[in-house]
Design a protein around this ligand. Structure first.
Ligand SMILES: [Zn+2]
Length: 247
């Protein structure tokens, strides 16, 4: 029986390097550690890549990170083909590909901001390094320039981003906090992690287990590249880095 992985990315999304101990290698070669800063694929955000450094300096390249169980308690680090296999009990230094993760943090935060600008039920989302997509259940077709403008006002407002823990009962009493149409926060865990934006969460708060930047200005320049129609009442927004090209 493997103990749950201590997921250090939850309290600290900025932990790019940390030590961890190998507690197991699963049947498919996935490396299990006592704790990790590697984000595991969940909630539309891809898992981290990077490398695990052994005491002699050799590197175990990690191509992806996923959960090993439905309850999302065990994190599996997926080694590159041919990478050295660590031994149980070995201490490794865990290096995430920080440039990639930071882009994902900025993009993931941008998705939250879009849900503030367009407050409609979210039917799907995928965070990417260069582009993210968010599907919203809305009949109107908004103008991408005005959505971009409102997004950038939130970015430039440099609102703080922080997390808060509430109970399942508190969430049940505030159903408006859940923005996803089909995905509910896991029940039975007792507590829910809320990601809040703005002083006293004045801009937004919603349940989320992903990684975010700590101030909205860190998102940087973003724009809506495209708004596609996906069915009568579904709009697919594509968020991209950089300023809107008005050409
Ligand atoms: Zn989030």
């Amino acid at each position: 029986m493997i103990a749950p992985t201590d997921r250090l990315f939850l309290p600290d999304a900025y932990l790019s390097t940390v030590e961890g101990k190998v507690v197991g290698i699963d049947g498919e070669g996935g490396i299990l550690l006592d704790r990790t800063n590697f984000y595991a694929t969940s909630g539309g955000q891809p898992g981290d890549a990077g490398f695990l450094e052994r005491a002699d300096g050799t590197q175990i390249s990690i191509t992806g990170t996923v959960y090993g169980d439905a309850a999302k308690t065990i994190v599996r680090h997926l080694p590159d083909e041919g990478a050295p296999v660590p031994v149980i009990g070995e201490t490794l230094v865990l290096h995430i590909d920080w440039d990639r993760r930071y882009r994902l943090m900025r993009m993931h935060t941008a998705c939250h901001l879009l849900s503030v600008v367009c407050p409609y039920p979210i039917t799907g989302a995928a965070v990417g390094e260069n582009e993210s997509r968010v599907d919203l259940d809305m009949a109107d077709v908004p103008d991408k320039e005005s959505v971009t403008l409102e997004l950038m006002q939130l970015v430039e407002g440099n609102h703080p981003i922080f997390t808060r823990t509430i109970t399942e009962d508190e969430l049940a009493a505030n159903p408006g906090l859940v923005k996803s149409k089909n995905v509910r926060p896991p029940a039975g865990a007792g507590t829910i992690r809320l990601v809040c934006i703005g002083d006293e969460a004045s801009v937004d708060s919603q349940p989320c287990g992903g990684t975010h930047v700590s101030e909205t200005a860190e998102v940087g320049a973003i724009h809506i590249g495209k708004i596609e129609k996906k069915g009568r009442e579904n709009r697919r927004f594509r968020i991209r880095f950089g300023a809107l090209d008005r050409g």
